[in-house]
Design a protein around this ligand. Structure first.
Ligand code: ASP
Length: 353
């Protein structure tokens, strides 16, 4: 018995000597597996803001957080992605105007065109985050993930939401399943589609919702999980190209209410608007604008549901916005006007994007 046992031991030892180098190589190879390369593009917003103390959850203007500080604050990201950054701006999102949008689009496109790039994350103030998200959804020409992230509480707050949102955004950008889903919005563990999602609450952390449609997926502890993907055209399948542009056509929005008399529609036309998004009737001002060549798109102020096309509306040369809220209809109309002023062709774009 002893001999047999000894023989077994020797055989086992020989086997281990034979396979051990292979094991060692395998382990070294696994350790050297490069992490996905993700670039953080920072623009500012609450996620990069400081309050005077840890209780301050509004009027936080005690300084800005730099991209390097955001990264240093999250050493856990070292295990998720090989992260670099480009600072685009450090402003509140109402200051994200056309030149900054064009700069952001050009930098994100340049990064994603690099073969080594796996994805991009963009920090942004939440007030206009969905506008930038939808803009990028239409002008980024890549299937690689682009994830917009913000925060409802400043960097300095007790129970701040920014770091976990950013951690999840980098995870989502580094996840192969995030490819081909258009620009994503990542806050509060939820992955939402740029086109469909709106900030719905001025103050609560569960603010971004895709009202008619729900989230696409979640960044959960075990994995990033998706349940659906957008079917409207976006990113790699978009026909819009802003790479040679230094500005976009002016488009304004008219918000309707009882007793509205369309005076703003005349003012927009006089200011040089090439398009106006309406949320209701504008009386004679609508016809006056159209006579000046202004393209009219009909959206709605309710923020959910479709504005449908009818033969009567189409015959009046009015484009309908599908379920885009006015501020997103404005983004698409600006891009549409870089290609055509024909209402029928613009309607085609509103039906596809
Ligand atoms: N004022 C901020 C901004 O939109 C609000 C936020 O980031 O949540 O930039």
């Amino acid at each position: 018995m002893n001999d047999i046992a000894n023989d077994m031991k020797i055989r086992l030892a020989v086997l281990l000597i034979l396979i051990a180098p292979g094991l060692a190589v395998g382990t070294a190879a696994a350790a050297a597996e490069p992490l996905p390369q993700v670039r953080l593009f920072t623009t500012g917003g609450t996620i990069q803001s400081r309050g005077a103390d840890r209780q301050t959850l509004m009027e936080y203007n005690a300084g800005k957080v730099t991209p390097q500080e955001l990264i240093d604050d999250l050493p856990e990201l070292k295990g998720v992605a090989d992260l670099s950054y480009t600072e685009i701006a450090n402003v509140g999102s109402p200051s994200m105007k056309t030149p900054l949008l064009l700069k952001l689009a050009s930098e994100v496109n340049a990064w994603l065109a690099r073969p080594e790039a796996a994805g991009a994350v963009v920090t942004h103030g939440t007030a206009t985050l969905e506008e930038t998200a939808y803009f990028l959804n239409l002008v980024v020409h890549s299937d690689k993930p682009v994830v917009m992230v913000g925060a409802m509480r400043p960097f300095t707050a007790v129970s701040r939401d920014g770091p976990f949102n950013l951690y999840n955004a980098v995870r989502v950008a580094a996840t192969p399943a995030s490819k081909g889903k258009g620009v994503l919005i990542m806050l509060n563990d939820e992955i939402n589609a740029a086109r469909d999602t709106t900030k719905s609450n001025t103050y609560r952390v569960e603010t971004f919702v895709a009202r008619d449609l729900g989230p696409m997926g979640f960044a959960d502890s075990d994995r990033v999980v998706y349940y659906r993907k957008p079917l409207y055209r976006h990113t790699a399948r978009s026909e819009f190209d802003v790479s040679a542009l230094s500005d976009l056509p002016r488009v304004d929005i008219s918000y309707t209410y009882q007793d509205a008399d369309g005076v703003e529609v005349d003012a927009f036309t006089a200011a040089g608007a090439k398009g106006i998004v309406l949320t209701g009737g504008a009386g004679d001002a609508l016809k006056r604008a159209q006579d000046q060549g202004v393209v009219i798109v009909m959206s709605d102020r309710k923020g959910a549901g479709r504005v449908m096309t009818s033969a009567r509306v189409a015959a009046r040369g009015i484009v309908t916005a599908d379920n885009l809220p006015p501020h997103k209809a404005r983004i698409l109309l600006r891009l549409a006007l870089t290609r055509t002023t024909d209402p029928a062709e613009i309607q085609r774009m509103f039906n596809e994007y």
